[in-house]
Structure formats: structure tokens, C-alpha cells
Design a protein around this ligand. Structure first.
Ligand code: NDP
Length: 501
């Protein structure tokens, strides 16, 4: 039997009574010299850290990634050597809701994996969807505002939600995925994870390849229809969090097969879609995915706050062999995640155990700051260059040089791509009859809450993706089909003009 420990203050001082505050007489008042009470109150007042602005509600677990294929011709990343096993921590999340929101909300799901590699931490920070709503980061904060609460009512607002999307035609592909039943996955275990962005892999010779990551669920894709999702929201708002924990606790370890789409550098630059455009996928026929490894989650965190709430992923944490692409959204995320973590957790968030590069400890010249809880580099030199045997840069860790070109300007993507084609292909070629029926029903039940003029503008976008798709939504909403078709034929400016408040 374990020896019973004596309760102490935060500073280890034994506590004699934890039920009665120190008072003058039986009735009080309470004395200022009750340092134990003051310490308890002051710490409680500071228990909460800022909630993530996006991806606030999540669940996480530890596990292992095993590389099962020889991909050395594409990347020199050590964790991607055939047979290599790497410890990981993964976090899944909803995006728009607060920390207490329901796991069954219609929303993309975050799918983040921290690989504790021998070259430091590699963070994969993806979603369960292969595309995104926008492709320029200047639109990001506006977009997220529309998915959250109205400034006056503090309620979710269908006008805000659809007004923005209907004025942002490049969102149509992601909107179609979100409003399919894949927008309400049955659990975190039953969904895929995608990089969505194009990344770069480079090999020992410095040759570069464009890549897309697809973690395909080995549990099979399972979804909730909107009635089941609504029911689940009321019955158990934490159902996916609970499911992940219980599955792992019961020894039923979820796994995902990592498939990669890989495109040679020059070919990618000439590809028919702009491979930096995150609203597009690379059709499988163009770049057949190859199996590269397996991710398995097999250990629950012991403390949610310490290990999940404080887990901090940053797409800029890329190890040698992996690099960023020029994707504009990715470029902004390279800044924004690190910036967010400093705000939420402080400049030394890398010292929190779940975030520590445990297989390749930090050897930097960054010093001090709030909550520097180790020896902070001890008595070693705190500048570079130095002649005191301090850590030195290794040229072998350098990313090979790459060309950039063009005029500096504020400019849209160069490819004159059709934003509607892939959404149309998803509707007409990939979805089953039931998928299409649910998609239309899910849209109608949500878009029906917005003003008619916004319904018209958005339905014209569905019509542009596929005439049957737009027609069925129009019928569901009772909109005049001729008007929807007319708007679909108009330019973006004309659609906006025709449907102004
Ligand atoms: P394929 O038939 O080769 O692949 C279709 C893909 O769609 C599969 O990966 C499948 O995932 C996925 N899928 C099925 N239902 C849905 C849904 N409701 N929402 C999102 N994805 C779904 O076709 P192509 O590669 O030629 O692409 C056709 C369309 O499929 C694209 O325009 C895109 O909308 C969608 N898609 C394509 C992906 C890609 O990387 N090429 C990835 C995901 C979607 P699963 O195998 O898990 O069932």
C-alpha cells in the first residue's frame, strides 16, 4: 500500500487544516495571514490560459509512427527511413467552437501530429479535409469571424456564415465537403487527416519534390448524418473525446496509413492546377498515392491540461528533408502558430514536457524569458559565434537553395483555374446517391436560416459547380431556379450587385 502523502502548499510546506480558513473568532473575519488560503485563491484565479482562437476543443494521445517504405529517393528525413519507428503525440479538434462546444458540430476537424524525431520535433498540422475555404491568409481572420458568434447577439449567425462564403467562390469545394456527412465524422478515429497544403521533400542530393500527406483511417470512414449529429450534441457533447480515450484505454489502438502524393519539382510547376492553391486537390489519377507508413495511437495522456491543452504544434517545425512550399496560407501559418503559442503559453512553451524535443534536446542560444524552468543553458556561452565550444550550425542541416521569381505585388493566384470543377467532380463522380441527398439536406437546413438574397447568391455557386447540385438546393429552399441560373451565369461582381442588401 502506498504511503499516504501529507498535503502541502505549492512550496511544499505541510498543511495542517484544509477545511477551515484562519479567522479571528468563530465567525471571522478571515485573517490576511492565512497564506495557504491566499495561495489557493490566487492560483485558482489564474487556472485558465487563453483558449485557442481556433481548434479550442480537442483530444489527444501518444503513439508511434512507423515508416514502412523506402522513400530515400524523395527525402532524407531520418524519421522517414524504412523501418524507423518514431514516438508521436496527436491532437484532434473541432475548429470554430469554444472549449466546451460539442464534438459533433459540423466543422472541419484538426488532425495534428508531433513526431519526436532524432532531428527535433516535426509537426504535421493538418485537417480532416484535403482542401480549405480560402487560399490567401489576408482573408483568414474575416473568415473565422463569420464561423463564430455575431458581434451583437453573441449567437452563431447563418447570415454571417453564408454571406462571406457566397462572396468567396473559391470556398465551394471545401463547403461541399463540409456539408457532406464528412463534415460530421462519427469519431476522431473514423476520419482521414490531410496536409491540405503542398509541402516539399528533398533528398540527399538536394532534389526537391512537391508532396501531399494523406493519413487514411484504418478504422474506415464513418460519419453521422445531421439528425444523429444533432442528437449526439444533446446526448454527449464530448462523444469523440470520450471515444478516443476509451478505445485506447480498452487496448483498441486506432491507426492510420500514411499515403503520399509526390510530384517532381518541374512537373509540379507546370501542373494543370496551381499546386500551391489549397482549394484544390491533386486528382489521384495524376499523382497516385503511395503507402509510406502507419501511425498508431496507443497511450492516453495522464493529465488533460498538461498534455493536451498545452500541446503546441507549429507547421514551421520542419526537420531536414522536409520544407515549406510557397502556398500563401502555409506561409502565414508558419508565423501564426508559433505566435499563438507564445501568447497562450509563453516564450518557453517548448519546455512543457509534451512539447519538448525529447529525442534531440534543444541546443540553442535563446535565453531567459517567463517560465524558463530548466538551467537555461547554464554557464555556457549565450551568443554565436563563440570560441567556448558552444553548439555550432551544421551546414548539412541547411535546406537546399530554391528559385523564386516575379514582381512584388498584391496579386491573386496566377493559374486561371476553375474553382467549381473539383466541387462538381466530388458531387457528380465521387458521391453516392445517398451522399448527394444528405449533402443537399444538410445545406438546405443550414442555409435556410440566411436571408433570401444570400441564399440566392450561394445557391448560384452550387449551380456553377454542378447544375443538378444547384437545382436541388434551389428546390429545397424554394428559390426561383431561373434566378439562380441567371446569377450563376453572371460574373462575381454582377452576382454581388444583384444580391446587395
Ligand atoms: P478519386 O475517386 O480517386 O478519389 C476520391 C476521394 O474522395 C477519395 O480519396 C475519397 O476518400 C474521397 N471522398 C469520398 N467522399 C468524400 C466526401 N464526401 N468528402 C470528401 N472526400 C470524399 O477521385 P479524384 O482523386 O479524381 O478526386 C475527385 C474528387 O474527390 C476531388 O475533386 C475531391 O473533391 C475529392 N477528393 C480527392 C482527394 C485527392 O487527394 N485526390 C482527396 C479527398 C477528396 P476515401 O478514400 O477516404 O473514401
Amino acid at each position: 500500500m502506498a504511503t499516504k502523502k501529507t498535503l502541502s502548499t505549492a512550496f511544499g510546506i505541510p498543511v495542517g487544516d484544509d477545511q477551515n480558513s484562519l479567522t479571528a473568532g468563530k465567525r471571522g473575519p478571515v485573517l490576511m495571514q492565512d497564506a495557504h488560503l491566499l495561495e489557493k485563491l490566487a492560483h485558482f484565479d489564474r487556472e485558465r490560459i487563453p483558449e485557442r482562437v481556433v481548434h479550442a476543443k480537442g483530444a489527444g494521445a501518444y503513439g508511434v509512427f512507423e515508416c514502412t517504405a523506402d522513400v530515400s529517393q524523395y527525402t532524407k528525413a531520418k524519421f522517414l527511413a524504412k523501418g524507423k519507428k518514431t514516438e508521436v503525440f496527436a491532437r484532434f479538434s473541432t475548429v470554430g467552437g469554444e472549449k466546451g462546444s460539442a464534438d459533433s458540430e459540423r466543422d472541419p476537424r484538426g488532425f495534428a501530429v508531433k513526431f519526436y524525431t532524432e532531428d527535433g520535433n516535426y509537426d504535421f498540422v493538418g485537417n480532416n479535409t484535403p482542401v480549405f475555404f480560402i487560399r490567401d491568409p489576408l482573408k483568414f481572420s474575416d473568415f473565422i469571424h463569420t464561423q463564430k458568434r455575431h458581434p451583437a447577439t453573441n449567437c452563431k449567425d447563418p447570415d454571417m456564415f453564408w454571406d462571406f462564403l457566397s462572396l468567396t467562390p473559391e470556398s465551394i469545394h471545401q463547403v461541399t465537403i463540409l456539408f457532406s456527412d464528412r463534415g460530421t465524422p462519427a469519431t476522431f478515429r473514423h476520419m482521414n487527416g490531410y496536409s491540405s497544403h503542398t509541402f516539399v521533400w528533398y533528398n540527399e542530393a538536394g532534389e526537391r519534390f512537391w508532396v501531399q500527406y494523406h493519413f487514411k483511417t484504418d478504422q474506415g470512414n464513418k460519419t453521422l448524418d445531421r439528425h444523429q449529429a444533432e442528437e449526439m450534441r444533446a446526448k454527449d457533447p464530448d462523444h469523440a473525446t470520450r471515444d478516443l480515450y476509451n478505445a485506447i484505454e480498452g487496448g483498441e489502438f486506432p491507426s492510420w496509413t500514411l499515403e503520399m502524393q509526390i510530384m517532381p519539382y518541374e512537373e509540379g510547376l507546370k501542373y494543370r492546377y496551381d499546386i500551391m492553391d489549397i482549394t484544390k486537390v491533386w486528382p489521384h489519377a495524376d499523382a497516385p498515392p503511395i503507402v509510406v507508413g502507419r501511425l498508431t495511437l496507443n497511450r492516453n495522456p495522464v493529465n488533460y491540461f498538461a498534455e493536451v491543452e498545452q500541446a503546441a504544434f507549429c507547421p514551421g517545425n520542419l526537420v531536414p528533408g522536409v520544407a515549406a512550399s510557397p502556398d500563401k496560407m502555409l506561409q502565414a501559418r508558419l508565423f501564426s502558430y508559433h505566435d499563438t503559442h507564445i501568447h497562450r503559453l509563453g516564450p518557453n512553451y517548448h519546455l512543457i514536457p509534451v512539447n519538448q524535443p525529447r529525442n534531440r534536446p534543444e541546443t540553442s542560444y535563446q535565453r531567459d524569458g517567463f517560465m524558463r524552468v530548466d538551467d537555461g543553458g547554464g554557464s555556457g556561452p549565450n551568443y554565436w559565434p563563440n570560441s567556448f565550444n558552444g553548439p555550432a550550425p551544421d551546414p548539412a542541416a541547411k535546406e537546399p537553395p530554391f528559385p523564386v521569381e516575379g514582381m512584388a505585388d498584391r496579386q491573386p493566384y496566377g493559374h486561371a483555374n476553375d474553382d467549381f470543377e473539383q466541387a462538381g467532380a466530388l458531387y457528380s463522380k465521387v458521391m453516392s446517391d445517398q451522399d448527394r441527398e444528405h449533402l443537399v439536406g444538410n445545406i438546405v437546413s443550414h442555409l435556410g436560416g440566411a436571408q433570401k438574397r444570400i441564399q440566392l447568391r450561394q445557391t448560384a455557386l452550387f449551380f456553377k459547380a454542378h447544375s443538378e447540385y444547384g437545382t436541388r438546393v434551389a428546390q429545397g429552399l424554394g428559390l426561383p431556379l431561373e434566378e439562380v441560373a441567371r446569377l450563376a451565369g453572371l460574373s462575381q461582381e454582377a452576382r454581388e450587385e444583384a444580391t446587395k442588401a
